[in-house]
Design a protein around this ligand. Structure first.
Ligand SMILES: [Zn+2]
Length: 417
């Protein structure tokens, strides 16, 4: 859920620098990591925040000069502090097509490492990857009230990272492809040591709802890499390598010209009700929740039904407690997108029991609804053949909650019975 302050901040940024993705252009958000009082990693003579900004701006200039159909948005163009969640909010608000975060790595004194790496969001148990994510995420402790903002996430506790197992989303495939392209391109054009594509639990990637990756340009703690990343030639070669990968990615995935998603028919879909409305005799895997939906932001005018259609199906075992207050309700999220989909579209894979919930600028498509986590976990397994990236999400009293916490409450309630 977006915070009020965030909204006004983001609005300020967007009104100043952005045109909307809806105008048919590909929107790229470039995020120079750290800034202001958050210097990031420290080298012998330079700071991570400055290297990140120089490369981010140089990359953006290549795009602006060569690809007029791309709308480039920077999370920062100056040396200012921007909280992690606001960086993601900027991309979400702009309905960006791609989010690229630029960082520089480091190792603790007494250790030595060199090379170029690109990360995508995901859970990887390798300790090295976890260490990088922990260091990059630790900047949230500079934000006032971060425990509230990030729902109790502790950047230094490895337990907090378990939740990233649920974060395998529909953008995974594109993100990994993007990471692979950048990894190959930069290592070839800038002659960097190839440390490969990795996955780790980066908060800034978790909070952004589009394909994304996080680049670690090199190690500021390695003297020659620090030198290189601060040289005009080095900055240009890194930026050019990233740019060339971006061109390849865009040629592969940019569908802005070919497929206009917002057809006239879309206007008749009421966000939040089942899409499409089912005939009464259609069997459903589980009974849908009624009156439990996430409060919607700006529902389309004149299309909202006055009341939810009452479900005439007999409730199946395990779903009878759905009306209980203060109990987590689980659903399988099959994918999410920043554009509303047509009923019966190819992405639904022939499923007609898909619900749509709008959260902010994001349309989340879910199947099933039950207070019984096991039932939804089984449903997720079944759905995996059609939606390999499907994962379980949880709501309480219509408000999205952390899935791990919800499972914990489910188990506790079960023990009480
Ligand atoms: Zn960093």
């Amino acid at each position: 859920m977006l915070k009020k302050i965030t909204i006004s901040f983001v609005f300020f940024i967007l009104s100043a620098t952005a045109s909307w993705a809806a105008n048919g252009r590909f929107t790229l958000v470039i995020d120079a990591g750290h800034g202001g009082h958050d210097a990031g990693a420290l080298g012998a003579f330079s700071k991570e925040k400055d290297i990140n900004l120089n490369v981010a701006l140089a990359f953006g200039r290549y795009v602006e000069q060569n690809l007029p159909d791309v709308n480039v948005i920077y999370t920062r163009k100056r040396d200012v502090f921007i909280p992690l969640h606001q960086r993601a909010d900027i991309a979400n608000k702009a309905k960006a097509d791609l989010f690229i975060s630029v960082h520089t790595n480091s190792v603790v004194p007494g250790h030595y490492a060199k090379g170029f790496q690109v990360y995508t969001l995901g859970m990887h148990r390798a300790k090295d990857n976890l260490d990088v994510a922990m260091r990059e995420n630790s900047v949230i402790s500079m934000e006032a009230g971060y425990q509230r903002t990030y729902q109790g996430f502790d950047p230094k506790s490895s337990e907090s990272y378990i939740m990233f197992e649920f974060m395998q989303n529909a953008n995974m495939e594109k993100s990994v492809e993007l990471a692979r392209l950048i990894q190959n391109s930069v290592c070839a054009s800038a002659g960097r040591i190839d440390k490969g594509v990795h996955q780790a639990g980066f908060l800034v990637l978790r909070e952004s709802y589009m394909p994304s990756c996080l680049i670690e340009l090199g190690f500021i703690t390695a003297a020659d890499e620090e030198e290189y990343l601060n040289s005009p030639g080095g900055i240009d070669a890194m930026a050019k390598g990233i740019y060339e990968a971006f061109v390849k990615y865009k040629n592969m995935y940019d569908t802005h010209i070919v497929v206009p998603f917002r057809t006239a028919d879309n206007k008749r879909i009421a966000v939040g009700r089942a899409i499409p409305a089912l005939p009464a005799d259609t069997p459903r895997p589980v009974a849908p929740a009624t009156g439990r939906r996430q409060p919607k932001r700006n529902p389309p005018a004149a299309v909202q039904k006055p009341a939810q259609k009452k479900d005439s199906q007999p409730r199946q075992k395990g779903t009878g407690t759905e009306q209980q207050k203060n109990v987590p309700v689980f659903k399988v999220q099959v994918f999410a997108t920043n554009r509303q989909m047509r009923p019966g579209c190819e992405q639904f894979r022939g499923h007609t029991d898909i619900d749509c919930v709008q959260e902010g600028n994001l349309y989340k498509y879910t199947i099933g609804s039950s207070t019984n986590y096991n039932e939804i976990a089984r449903l997720r397994e079944k759905l995996k053949k059609d939606f390999p990236q499907a994962f379980v999400i949880a709501y309480k009293d219509g408000v999205r909650m952390d899935t791990n916490q919800a499972i914990g409450e489910f188990l506790k309630n079960k023990r009480k019975k």
